[in-house]
Design a protein around this ligand. Structure first.
Ligand SMILES: Cc1cc2nc3c(=O)[nH]c(=O)nc-3n(C[C@H](O)[C@H](O)[C@H](O)COP(=O)(O)O)c2cc1C
Length: 353
């Protein structure tokens, strides 16, 4: 059965124009990443997790604050925490900032998060998890979604017990990354669990984990009955995988790669400031320029440069035609003037899901 990735579907009352969702990834899903994801076919994009603790403790160590641009919609903003009152308050801020969906993180396996009773640890405390969903769903009129792992321990099937309860508590959609928290990112995502979850709930389920191509996307959709597939790591520095999943080519020219990277750099500098962006961006150089697109020493050379201007110059020198591609891209992306800044929700330095 071939499923059309261009089908629309609904998350609550929000129309999602394609069955491809861009994953939330801490340290990756900056605004430039989300905007790019929308341009390359993702019907829904998601912010990385933001800490509701920032509301109570203004001194949370943070990478910066979320911005919401007019071209990101539909957009989910993901919050994490363990206090129902703070979660509800954060959800109201997310709604006020114009997000379309509030997503709750019940999947982060990172110790600094789980030890506070947030993230994947909530799967071991379903009563509290349901209280959180109820508190958030009552606080906002936006649809609330939950992203979770299969469970905490290896081989766990907890998601199948907790999932229907979260829906009863008010979740309008569930995303399942069917690895255990213990597994982190090792092994494979077991999408037979996704199929089981789909059969147990009457809300759309999004399948996350190891979707790296159109063939894999089609097979996960067909075998699970999920409403959409979510793509994470495969899209790091590689929006062309989204294009391939939607039926296009995953073989960009060098000029396209350089133009997208420079646009990404400029937008990230605007979002994080030059100092933070400088370090943050280094991993993206390898992601964009790898995959046999540029010789390895070129990436190492970029990483050694000390300013963003030098990086841009070196990139243009490697692919002069990229200027024309970039000019076209710049004409397509909207003016950032109408952005909303969520300055009370810090982007946490602790990532994962
Ligand atoms: C670097 C990194 C950061 C992540 N951060 C988050 C996060 O903030 N929230 C979340 O729900 N999942 C997070 N995840 C999990 C992804 O959203 C996704 O579920 C997982 O990577 C499996 O999908 P993939 O195989 O397509 O990468 C993160 C994953 C990675 C690799």
């Amino acid at each position: 059965m071939n499923i059309d990735l261009h089908d629309t579907w609904y998350l609550g009352d929000v129309e999602i124009p394609t069955r491809l969702v861009l994953a939330p990834m801490a340290g990756v899903s900056v605004q430039a990443f989300r905007r790019q994801g929308r341009r390359y076919g993702a019907g829904l994009v998601c912010s990385e997790m933001v800490s509701v603790a920032g509301i109570q403790h203004r001194n949370e160590r943070t990478l910066g604050y979320l911005r919401v641009g007019s071209d990101e919609h539909p957009l989910a903003i993901q919050i994490f925490g363990s206090d129902p009152v703070a979660m509800a308050e954060a959800a109201r801020m997310v709604e006020a900032a114009g997000a379309d969906v509030v997503d709750m993180n019940f999947g982060c396996p990172v110790k600094k998060v789980t030890k506070t009773g947030a993230g994947a640890s909530l799967l071991d405390d379903p009563d509290h998890a349901c209280r959180l969903v109820e508190a958030v769903a009552t606080a906002v009129s936006l649809p609330v979604s939950v992203k979770m792992r299969r469970g905490v321990a290896n081989g766990s099937r907890t998601c199948l017990e907790v999932g229907p309860r979260l829906v009863a508590a008010g979740a309008a959609s569930l995303t399942l990354h069917p690895r255990s928290a213990k597994q982190m990112y090792t092994g494979t995502a077991d999408h037979s669990l996704t199929a089981e979850l789909v059969s147990l709930v009457d809300v759309p389920v999004i399948a996350s984990g190891d979707v790296t191509s159109r063939a894999k996307a089609q097979s996960v959709l067909a075998t699970t009955g999920a409403a959409a597939v979510m793509v994470g790591r495969a899209a790091q520095g590689n929006p062309w995988v989204l294009r391939e999943i939607m039926g296009g080519s995953d073989d960009p020219s060098r000029e396209e790669v350089v133009a997208e990277l420079i646009l990404f750099i400029r937008e990230t500098v605007r979002e994080l400031g030059e100092h933070r962006a400088n370090g943050f961006l280094k991993k993206f150089y390898g992601w964009y320029l790898g995959r046999g697109r540029f010789p390895r020493p070129f990436k190492q050379e970029l990483v050694m440069l000390s300013t963003i201007d030098e990086v841009e110059m070196r990139l243009f020198a490697a692919a002069p035609g990229a200027r024309f591609v970039l000019e076209r891209l710049l004409r397509e992306v909207p003016d950032p003037a109408d952005e909303v800044l969520l300055d009370s929700l810090p982007i946490s330095i602790y990532g994962g899901g």
